[in-house]
Design a protein around this ligand. Structure first.
Ligand code: GLN
Length: 280
């Protein structure tokens, strides 16, 4: 069979997701050991029986709902191709907005940045690639996530990131960062979406945060002020219906210039606040 034939029959025969063709292309290119554009460039190439058996085995798993990113072990984020694993969340396109907004903040040339709950390292790595002068510290509760992020760091040979395990601020030495970013868990414990789609395969510890989804956001807002420089920023991703709550948490903690940004679906997704030292 050719690439084109295999892709067409696989895409038509299965209800995989909202993007069946793309899913099949990614799985097949992974099996062939080629980059994702190959199937478009060489549709007439033959696929061996062995390769098509491997492809079908992955397709079966995809049909049961396993995310493509876990099946192929990688996910594109920003300009990077990141290794992913079921130890942590798959980077989402919405989170690229956080990177964009962070890069536009007014910050010193040699800003010190903290990424809390880094997972694959997505946000930290994207910021570190864009700003060689920034010094990025990135932590995660899970040692497995730290190890994964470290492999991603090595893949891009970024020497301006330091990674280690920490339960939020617990293991971070006292210091004042110019910017703290986080995409913490923010889903409500009994949200019905947790039993649908990709999130079923992701660790609850990276998704769920108490009954109202705000436990970790509350902690980061309250403790963040102790780790920010005068005029430093806290920038947080949150659920589409949590904008009001996060603005309130930031204001209660003493932040000013509190602003929310909407994502491409026009949903409130990110809120930032600036912390000024109280005048004596
Ligand atoms: N945005 C993710 C989702 O809804 C959740 C990510 C998170 O909890 N940080 O699937």
């Amino acid at each position: 069979m050719t690439i084109a034939e295999l892709l067409q029959s696989a895409t038509e025969a299965n209800h995989l997701s909202d993007s069946p063709r793309l899913d099949c292309e990614l799985l097949l290119c992974f099996v062939l050991g080629v980059s994702a554009s190959y199937s478009k460039t060489w549709p007439e190439r033959q696929v061996s029986d062995d390769q098509s058996a491997q492809f079908n085995a992955l397709l079966e798993r995809r049909i049961t709902g396993e995310p493509v990113a876990y099946l192929i072990g990688s996910q594109g984020f920003w300009s990077l191709d990141l290794e992913v694993s079921p130890a942590t969340l798959i980077p989402r396109p919405e989170t690229e907005l956080l990177v964009e907004v962070a890069l536009e903040l007014s910050l010193p040339d040699q800003a010190s940045v903290l990424d809390l709950g880094t997972g694959t390292g997505a946000i930290a790595l994207a910021l570190a690639t864009e700003r060689n002068n920034w010094k990025v510290c990135a932590v995660d509760l899970q040692q497995q996530a730290v190890d994964l992020a470290e492999r991603n760091r090595q893949r891009y040979q970024l020497d301006n990131i330091r990674l280690f395990a920490s339960n939020w601020f617990a293991a971070i030495p006292a210091q004042h960062f110019d910017l703290i970013v986080s995409n913490p868990p923010y889903i409500e414990a009994n949200d019905p979406h947790l039993s649908q789609g990709d999130v079923r395969f992701e660790p609850a510890s990276a998704l769920v945060s108490g009954d109202d989804g705000l436990d970790d956001l509350r902690l980061v807002c309250a403790q963040g002020v102790d780790y920010l420089a005068d005029g430093g920023w806290l920038l947080l991703e949150h659920g589409f219906d949590q904008g009001g709550a996060v603005r309130q948490l930031l204001e209660q903690a003493g932040f000013t210039s509190v602003t929310t940004h909407s994502d491409l679906n026009d949903l409130e997704r990110l809120t930032q606040g600036r912390y000024k030292f109280p005048s004596a």
